[in-house]
Design a protein around this ligand. Structure first.
Ligand SMILES: CC(=O)N[C@H]1[C@@H](OP(=O)(O)OP(=O)(O)OC[C@H]2O[C@@H](n3ccc(=O)[nH]c3=O)[C@H](O)[C@@H]2O)O[C@H](CO)[C@@H](O)[C@@H]1O
Length: 358
């Protein structure tokens, strides 16, 4: 019998990989061979290539889709074409029954190649408004799944379904004591976890570090600061633990946290929601992005899951005031979050994707 095979793609930042990480074990349990196309230099090489040794990882050339002027805007289209040719060769060799694309710029050449090879593509959008890569991919796709109901207004309704968020099951298995021990905390003070998205955020890191002495009087602090953002002068600070990026430790750290301060990438905020963590969101500003995180954050605020501090209004003092206010709203926020529906499981998501296979 022909082997059942699925190709996954997506990358650039972890937000374009986490759903793929979640569904790989479910697919493998059903007997599917899972293959992955990502970029050579993106975070997906580590998150998939290294973490799932039984998933063949193919690195391809990929340009970046910029909304601003750069000389690279003239050379990157050639990389997309080169990436598409590479992806086409891989797809023809692997012969998947369906391709699932989690977006990010590396997915564009893969989706185009899939069309040329006649393999159905299903795409997934995590944010309220579709990213540029998914906008380009949409005409080539059989279907798009979204997390937010609101996204359905921005995509062709006849081929879109809102599934809500899918959370990696491992995130529910954390242990508070293990998280505290990992950080060297006693557990006497409440724990504040600060995260600037998967790449880290200088703006969030600076706001935290400027207020560190004051905050440490009341909290123990876990800081996921992003690659290259460790502050060596603070390594020995009691009650403050920095990590560049964590993988298997994340569930324990999240279970140790009483409050979260974070950027508003959709995967992260739905994870905090699923774990009932009161959160202060500092979305990436509209000057640096299409404003997707602002929309994500505002929707969470409207539903009572989060407080929001706009980057343009972020100062040393407003940061402290916002944390003060978050602490005051802790019980109410947890109560509101506890009333939300449970997220769909990776097994359920896999069944939805497999409907589109050839
Ligand atoms: C700068 C940028 O382009 N940001 C986008 C990117 O954010 P980003 O890549 O930060 O995406 P998300 O916040 O959605 O997801 C981050 C993922 O990384 C994981 N994680 C994070 C830190 C860590 O140490 N370990 C770890 O495992 C989180 O658990 C989460 O699953 O994709 C999101 C989803 O499309 C968008 O909303 C963001 O606007």
């Amino acid at each position: 019998m022909k082997e059942q095979t699925i190709m996954l793609t997506g990358g650039g930042t972890a937000g374009h990989v986490s759903l793929n990480q979640a569904i790989i074990p479910s697919l493998q349990q059903l007997g599917y061979a899972v293959h992955y196309i990502g970029s050579e230099q993106g975070i997906e090489k580590e998150l998939i290539g290294d973490a799932f040794p039984n998933v063949p990882f193919y690195g391809i050339a990929s340009g970046k889709l910029r909304r601003y002027f750069s000389m690279k805007n003239f050379t990157d289209p050639f990389k997309v074409v080169a990436g598409m040719m590479q992806a086409l060769r891989i797809i023809k060799k692997v012969k998947p029954q369906v391709i699932f694309s989690k977006g990010g710029f590396v997915s564009v050449p893969v989706v185009m190649a899939a069309k040329l090879a006649g393999v159905p593509v299903v795409v997934h959008e995590s944010d309220v408004t579709p990213g540029l890569a998914n906008k380009i991919a949409l005409p080539f796709a059989s279907h798009i799944f979204t997390i937010f109901e609101e996204t359905l207004k921005h995509v062709p309704q006849d081929k879109a379904t809102c599934t809500g968020s899918i959370i990696r099951p491992a995130l529910f298995t954390g242990n508070r004591t293990k998280g505290l021990t990992l950080c060297g905390f006693t557990g006497e003070k409440p724990v504040l976890l600060v995260m600037g998205g998967s790449l880290g955020s200088v703006v969030v890191n600076d706001a935290l570090r400027q207020n560190l002495p004051e905050l440490l009087k009341r909290f123990s602090i876990i800081h996921l600061c992003g690659k290259g953002n460790l502050d060596q002068t603070l390594v020995d600070t009691v009650g403050y633990k920095q990590f560049e990026y964590v993988t298997t430790e994340l569930p324990n750290l999240l279970h140790a946290a009483d409050f979260v301060v974070s950027r508003a990438g959709s995967n992260s905020i739905f994870e905090f929601l699923a774990l009932h963590k009161p959160m202060l969101l500092i979305p990436l500003s509209a000057q640096k992005s299409r404003g997707d995180q602002i929309l994500n954050a505002k929707l969470f605020q409207k539903q009572g899951f989060a407080d929001v501090l706009i980057e343009e209004e972020l100062t040393k003092d407003s940061f402290m005031q916002a944390i003060e206010s978050l602490v005051g709203r802790q019980s109410q926020m947890i109560l509101t979050m506890e009333q939300t529906q449970r997220p769909k499981t990776p097994d359920e998501m896999v069944q939805l994707i497999l409907q589109y296979k050839k």
